[in-house]
Design a protein around this ligand. Structure first.
Ligand code: CAO
Length: 415
């Protein structure tokens, strides 16, 4: 079966997490992704957080599936010539170097545009234009600068970063969308363009409900779905809301049977207005259906703490899965807190290709997260990440270099 991005060639100049997530997605959608890496060392993540000696780390393998690897010293004059040939050959250059690194290498937007006016140049940077545009940035810096950390955690604790890699993988997703849109626009304009996804901006985009709340707070001085209401105080900025639901339907994380020993024996419970009578029946508080203090959503907002405490008395008598079974019968929205161990073993995620087992020549079998985006006419087959320089000869031959030229490059350590 054909793939959505068949025929699209990506010059993948990315490293670490943000850029590689983007190009991995493009590869899963069918693009030919050629990862350009420094000879001898390659992407730094190959050697980071290693769990198998001398084998590429899971950090690297899980972010670089379905790609080809070409080693090339792009600071060497011969390496620069090869890079120029690659720029002419490819449709998109994706990079996430520190600000200015590509220019310092001699590949400014103008130069790339001269070499290939159809090329799309897509970049992840920590910040967009402004006071921090020259800064190097990693995941948690973006989470802090994008509004995620100040709004995550509990009211009486410090700002908190989340385990979801919204700064890196979140930005990679944004960049991938920008690239696909630029490819689409190129069909009518005939020329490439620059695509920039700053990590701060991507995190802020994912935190847009908190900017919504900032404005609500400034207008009304209070927000009734936040745990600070009705007893606590609101300050000038959106506070941390613990596990309160971010929307109009109050929710909370509640203990389930076994919580004393299992750190994940919890369930997320949402008291959606439409199923309030069902909630009352399940927990044995039928009187609350007609009680003035609990009858309407607005009245309940004044009593969320005792309401959730009472529901928790019920959830603590059930495992999270027993509670799910019962609550789902009544259409009460809820979700188990799943550990990574449970997710890794979940058969339905294996069946849909969201959790995939991959075989790797030096590290053996490992689990990875497959393509979460499912296209009915462009299925994804996850293949292992390339070894460093595994496709150097193959790619150079495709670019028109003969064996003698390749041998010379190898002798000069350009590849
Ligand atoms: N051949 C020769 N040189 C190469 C090369 C190649 N194939 N590939 C990279 N290089 C060079 C670069 O040109 C750069 O050289 P200069 O410093 O002389 O210009 C050098 O390698 C290092 O690049 P870098 O500064 O990007 O790498 P770093 O490890 O120092 O910084 C990071 C890493 C992520 C902080 C930085 O790249 C960055 O801020 N990127 C943008 C934001 C981003 O994507 N962050 C998320 C990373 S995932 O958490």
């Amino acid at each position: 079966m054909s793939k959505a991005l068949d025929g699209v060639r990506i010059l993948d100049f990315t490293h670490v997490q943000s850029g590689p997530t983007c190009t991995q997605l493009l590869a899963w959608l069918g693009a030919d992704v050629i990862k350009v890496e420094r000879p001898g060392e390659g992407d730094a993540t190959r050697a980071q957080l290693r769990d198998v000696a001398d084998a590429d780390s899971l950090y690297f393998t899980m972010l670089n599936h379905n790609k080809r690897s070409l080693t090339l010293d792009t600071k060497d004059p011969i390496g620069k010539e090869v890079l120029e040939t690659l720029i002419r050959y490819c449709d998109v250059l994706v990079e996430n170097f520190a600000p200015g690194a590509l220019d310092r290498m001699g590949f400014t937007w103008q130069r790339i545009n001269e070499l290939n006016p159809r090329m799309i140049v897509a970049s992840v940077k920590g910040f967009g234009p402004g006071p921090y545009e020259d800064c190097k940035v990693y995941e948690n810096v973006a989470q802090c600068a994008g509004g995620a950390a100040s709004t995550t955690g509990f009211d009486d604790g410090p700002p908190m970063v989340t385990g979801a890699q919204i700064g890196d993988s979140g930005t990679g997703l944004h960049l991938a969308l920008g690239i696909v849109a630029a490819l689409y626009q190129r069909n009518s304009t005939g020329h490439g363009q620059k695509v920039l996804a700053p990590m701060q901006d991507a995190v802020l985009n994912l935190c847009r409900v908190k900017l919504r709340d900032q404005q609500r707070l400034e207008r009304t001085g209070t927000m009734h779905e936040y745990p600070q209401y009705p007893d606590g105080k609101f300050g000038e900025a959106v506070p941390r809301a613990g596990n309160a639901s971010g929307g109009g339907q109050p929710g909370s994380i509640l203990k389930c049977k076994g919580w004393e020993t299992d750190p994940n024996a919890y369930i997320y419970f949402i008291t959606q207005g439409a199923v309030w009578p069902a909630v009352c029946k399940v927990i044995g508080e039928e009187g609350w259906i007609t009680d003035e203090a609990f009858k309407t959503p607005a009245a309940r907002l004044l009593h969320l703490k005792p309401i959730f405490a009472r529901i928790e008395q019920w959830t603590m008598t059930k495992t999270k899965f027993e509670a799910m079974d019962i609550l789902n019968k009544y259409d009460i929205p809820c979700g188990p807190i799943l550990s990574m161990k449970e997710i890794a073993q979940e058969p339905s995620l294996r069946e849909t290709g969201t959790i995939v087992e991959v075989d790797h020549p030096t590290r053996g079998k490992y689990l990875t997260v497959g393509n979460p985006i499912k296209l009915s006419d462009s299925p994804t087959e996850v293949t292992r990440s390339p070894l460093l320089g595994e496709h150097t000869e193959e790619v150079l031959a495709q670019l028109g270099y003969n064996a003698e030229q390749v041998a010379l490059m190898r002798a000069k350590k350009v590849i």
